[in-house]
Write a protein that binds this ligand. Structure first.
Ligand code: CP
Length: 305
């Protein structure tokens, strides 16, 4: 029985370990055979109140590979939100035109609220600094593909761990698989205590560092993140930390053979372009994996697989 049928995905914690694995296995099937016209006559709405390249376009690509139609907007400026329409009214209206809604919104908690008022399932494509569960699923897919398993990995997360919604979701998911966490950040961008408590409650370990090289030799996954200028209440604080970590190819010497560099992207300065041709760079393939995972998610929620 498909337990994901008709359910919204707001937080990665909405899914059990088995449900996560269900999506990853299905994504593998789509990677082998991407063009399956199972979404014929379905309409998916894509509401992006915040900028996006990968999430929005990979959802659009996923829908089109599945033979469905997609409607929506890439900016709130082109919708009636600009005239003052509420989120509730927007969701109730768009649900009249679609079978499922994908939404990115800058407000924490907006996706949960949308899922409570919507008659059709909501997929959270990022809500403020809170959650980015579809990114989390594609990160898990990429980790499993490169490491052969999700169990007991050493993951190093680097950069903006305070405002980074992708790392918050990924920590929560990886606690289901027994990871050991290594956090590298400036003092002002440390992982929030709520996330660290989550790890402790799962009986797992985390370690904090200020220098990437202290942890490079033990990393299975180096998960780089952008320091997000747009999240800082004070631009001067951003200026102080914006170039704290810049990974270059030479720094990868001495890392494990299986180690791979992931990044949710976009990058700004935090990975030098000389890393791109290293066999350890995996971030563009990671972005590609997003299409398979989003195909799987749509197919599971609409009970087409
Ligand atoms: N990784 C990610 O969410 O990228 P976009 O902001 O381009 O969607």
């Amino acid at each position: 029985m498909n337990m994901l049928k008709g359910r919204s995905l707001v937080s990665i914690t909405d899914y059990s370990k088995d449900e996560i694995i269900q999506i990853l296995d299905l994504a593998e099937e789509f990677e082998k055979n991407q063009r399956q016209k199972i979404l014929d006559q379905y309409v998916i709405a894509s509401l992006f109140f915040e900028p996006s390249t990968r999430t929005r376009l990979s959802f659009e690509s996923a829908v089109q590979y599945l033979g469905g139609s997609i409607i929506g907007f890439a900016s709130a400026d082109t919708s009636s939100v600009k005239k003052g329409e509420s989120l509730k009214d927007t969701i109730l209206t768009v649900s009249c035109y679609s079978d499922l809604i994908v939404m990115r919104n800058p407000m924490d908690g907006s996706a949960r609220y949308a899922s409570e008022v919507s008659p059709v399932p909501i997929i959270n494509a990022g809500d403020g600094v809170n959650q980015h569960p579809t990114q989390c699923l594609l990160d898990l897919y990429s980790i499993r593909k490169t490491q052969g398993s999700l169990e007991n990995i050493n993951i190093v997360m680097i950069g903006d761990l305070k405002y980074g919604r992708t790392v918050h979701s990924l920590v929560q998911a990886l606690t289901l698989f027994g990871a050991t966490f290594h956090f590298v950040s400036p003092e002002s961008l440390k992982m929030p205590s709520s996330v660290k408590t989550w790890i402790k409650n799962a009986g797992l370990e985390y370690h904090q560092y200020s220098d990437i090289m202290d942890v490079m030799p033990i990393a299975d996954i180096l998960y780089m993140t952008r320091i997000q200028g747009e999240r800082f209440p004070d631009p001067l604080e951003y200026e102080k930390v914006k170039n704290s970590y810049i990974l270059n190819k030479q720094m990868l010497e001495g890392s494990k053979d299986n180690m791979r560099v992931l990044h949710p992207l976009p990058r700004v300065n935090e990975i030098n372009e000389d890393v791109d041709d290293s066999p350890k760079a995996y971030y563009f393939q990671q972005a590609k994996n997003g299409v398979y995972v989003r195909q799987a998610l749509i197919a599971a929620i609409l009970d087409l697989k």
